[in-house]
Write a protein that binds this ligand. Sequence first.
Ligand SMILES: *Cc1c(COP(=O)(O)O)cnc(C)c1O
Length: 376
Amino acid sequence: MEFRDLKRQYQYLKSEMDMALQEVIENTNFIHGRQVAELEKQLAEYVGTKHCIACANGTDALQLALMTWNIGQGDAVFVPDFTFFSSGEVVSAVGAVPVFVDVDPDTCNIDMDSLEHMIEKTIEKGALTPKAIIAVDLFGQPADYVKIKKIAEKYQLLILEDAAQGFGGKIGEEKACSFGSIATTSFFPAKPLGCYGDGGAIFTNNDEWADLLKSYRIHGKGSSKYDNIRIGMNSRLDTLQAAVLLAKFPVFAEKELIWEQEIAARYTELLKGIVKTPVVKESFYSSWAQYTIQLPDKNHRDGLQEYLKKQGIPSAVYYQKPMHRQRAFDNCFYDDDDYPVTNRLSEIVLSLPFHPYMKEEEIRLVAGAVGRYMGR
Ligand SMILES: *Cc1c(COP(=O)(O)O)cnc(C)c1O
């Protein structure tokens, strides 16, 4: 069994995919092919934002957003403590300081009380200027943007939505990647909408920021690539990756997302009362980047992972280490007591095999093994 079976997805899409790739190879327009602009148009329409700017990966997408807002030395950016390294890494990369925030034990997304507490604490210390909140749509479920927006308004902060795992999610009828003043996503192969390598995109309604983002992603270009008016990056999306995404996108939007709802519901039905299953809030819709259960303690978590492995069932721990305990941030001085939920989650979470092409027997096999290990 595979954790996320991309081979099965390729088999399902093979004829369209092979044709799409062949077209790029024959045209040899590997950079700036028409597929890149076409993809940007389709994704912006789907998400409901005015602009979509494709780039090289989800990490660059976040960094480009921070550069556009001119965030740097002396600035504080609030980031959930329970996320992939990139969400905090980019803050340090532009010279600002990531102030980590604890998360909600049910959704694993940024916690409002902790957010306000950390903002107040930062203001009180007085060394940094609070500038932005990076809210992460973890495991596919959007963060609670209604509440985040209230806090952002109160403290005059910008919202950067890190939807690397959230593309395809919704709150009501509003789609992920439309909630932040700027939002970003990743097309890393294992993400909800993945390409065949690295890729990313940035979404915004703001024309001025869109122009800046387009400049920063190509060496700070002015009128052309050879007229450089600011220090930028080289962060384009390849035509081949755009072609892969165009071939996948209709199937993702019309089929895969629906299959994933069914698979998640099936897992939850079979695992009910055995382990803590993922909580998706009322009127929220997850794109199921991961199906993550919680065990009673670290012994059970590690034991279950070992037990599954012996039966050929892969699983993964997202995430092993809270951000504030990563050595890369040693110089930022965090108080471990500010993060009780993340500290606990990192010991008890386990993500199970999950992808839209999973079969009923596979779901049963995994859930059955979890049940046996837990003595049910
Ligand atoms: C994957 C991921 C990223 C980074 O995306 P890349 O395309 O791998 O650079 C950023 N944030 C989160 C939450 C992610 O899961």
